[in-house]
Design a protein around this ligand. Structure first.
Ligand code: C2O
Ligand code: CU
Length: 470
């Protein structure tokens, strides 16, 4: 190194040394906060483009599952509902009409938005009555795969078919050959082949929610993915089921996970085996760089359960040039390796007790959510822009995919051991009798729900709020 450059480097080192000695000593939690810098933006400047969308929720009859006419509740007469696509910087304005026989709302799962747009009855807005309307308007701050669904009687309303996907694209999206959305769901049909109208059964409440025998992708059991050799596909997976956990297995296809719950990973990881719990999204980068005469299959292999075939892949036709670009998964995610030494702010205890209208109550810290018409004190109040170490202790023998509205977190440990996860989430599956630790920096002020995304558990009380002070 030339002498002058060396001298300069020494000067800079001295200067930054002096700076540090003048400042207050940094605590581990300040360091964790600083490490978070640049993870995701504080704000996005609206670019003036407003996307006006009309959404109507109403009963409908559609060819679903294996193609038979199914009576459902649908957004805009479709199950899944429409895929809304906006670019980062654009404002989404949804003119919503409720033509259901029940009150409802739309919650924008995973989206950092103003609290008043979050769609939680009794917390952020009054429920929309039958025949009523509401306008949701916000400018998403993050590009990625998000979704929307009712937050009223969701174990019934989501099960009847009310869910849709919101894709927020970055200013220049990576040039994939195809960008596809697959919504995974399961259906419990009765003897007449219609949606079994017995919601919140004793069994479903006490076990892991309502699991149905008919597993569908975008509402159908017969999904075939047709690709040409050479194609590179972005596959956006969403689990919209009430209770079923999926674990997709792509066999020997080249399948890399690039985003979880909307946000990019710091680097891609193999996608097979990822536990896609209710509420989770997984974006997969699939490269079909060869032809194949035999159809390939994508399976669901959630631990210890019978594998289910999800879809068939047919690679056919003329070879196309594979789009060559670096994986978009290069986000900044704090490692937070020292974070577990920071004192735990709060441990949430997840458990059940008998009682309540449904006979069983799922509780957080011994309390069952009293329903949207009862005011409830937040379980926890956090300050914006600070690092928090939180813990969840599942003392029950059931699974709980816990979802936080309005924030992302990183899974630090499972049962005290490093999780190995390098990415942010908004929903994490907590296994029976498991203890997990997470780290987070709240960025959005407001009262945010925290609940189990097994919708029967949520309905039976496993719901609370976290207040984030401005
Ligand atoms: Cu998708 Cu409050 O949840
Ligand atoms: Cu649960």
């Amino acid at each position: 190194m030339p002498v002058r450059l060396l001298f300069l480097t020494a000067l800079i080192a001295m200067a930054s040394c002096r700076d540090r000695s003048r400042a207050e000593p940094e605590t581990p939690s300040d360091l964790a906060r600083a490490e978070f810098n640049g993870s995701y933006p504080d704000n996005v400047e609206p670019n003036g483009v407003v996307r006006d969308v009309e959404i109507v929720a109403a009963p409908s009859e559609l060819p679903l599952v294996d193609g038979k006419a199914l009576q459902v509740w649908a957004y805009n007469g479709q199950v899944p509902g429409p895929v809304l696509r906006v670019r980062l910087g654009e404002t989404l304005r949804v003119h919503f009409t409720n033509n259901l026989p029940q009150e409802t709302t739309i919650h924008w799962h995973g989206v950092r938005l103003p609290n008043a747009m979050d769609g939680v009855p009794g917390v952020t807005q009054p429920p929309v009555p039958p025949g009523g309307e509401f306008i949701y308007e916000f400018t998403p701050k993050d590009a990625g795969t998000f979704w929307f669904h009712p937050h009223v009687r969701s174990s019934e309303q989501v099960e009847r078919g009310l869910y849709g996907v919101l894709v927020v694209e970055e200013a220049s999206p990576p040039p994939y050959s195809q960008d596809l959305v697959w919504v995974l769901d399961d259906w419990r049909l009765d003897a007449s082949g219609q949606i079994d109208p017995n919601f919140n059964t004793r069994h479903d409440l006490a076990m892991d929610g309502r699991w149905g025998g008919a597993i569908t992708i975008n509402g159908r059991t017969d999904t075939v993915l047709r690709v040409r050799p050479g194609e590179r596909i972005r596959l956006r997976l969403l689990n919209s089921a009430n209770g079923r956990v999926f674990a997709p297995d792509f066999g020997d296809l080249d399948a890399q996970a690039i985003a979880v719950d909307g946000l990019y990973l710091p680097s891609p990881v193999p996608a097979s085996g990822f536990e896609l719990a209710p509420g989770n999204r997984l974006d997969v980068d699939l490269v079909f760089d060869r032809s194949s005469s035999a159809p390939l299959e994508i399976w669901d292999r959630f631990i210890a359960r019978r594998p289910n075939r999800l879809a068939t892949v047919e690679i056919d036709g003329d070879l196309v040039d594979t789009p060559r670009f670096a994986s978009p998964a290069h986000a900044h995610v704090p490692a937070w390796s020292g974070a577990t030494t920071i004192p735990i702010e709060h441990t949430f205890v997840l458990d059940a007790q008998s009682g309540g209208e449904l006979g069983i109550q799922w509780t957080i810290d011994g309390v069952a959510f009293a329903g949207h018409d009862h005011a409830m004190a937040p379980a926890l109040t956090l300050e914006r822009d600070r690092f928090y170490h939180l813990s969840f202790s599942n003392t029950s023998p059931r699974i709980h995919p816990i979802h936080l509205h309005g924030m992302f977190f990183r899974l630090l440990t499972r049962n005290g051991a490093p999780s190995g996860e390098t990415w942010f989430r908004d929903t994490v599956l907590i296994h029976p009798r498991e203890q997990i630790d997470i780290g987070l920096v709240p960025t959005e002020a407001g009262t945010w729900m925290m609940h189990c995304h097994i919708l029967e558990h949520a309905e039976a009380g496993m719901m609370t709020t976290i207040a984030v002070a401005p």
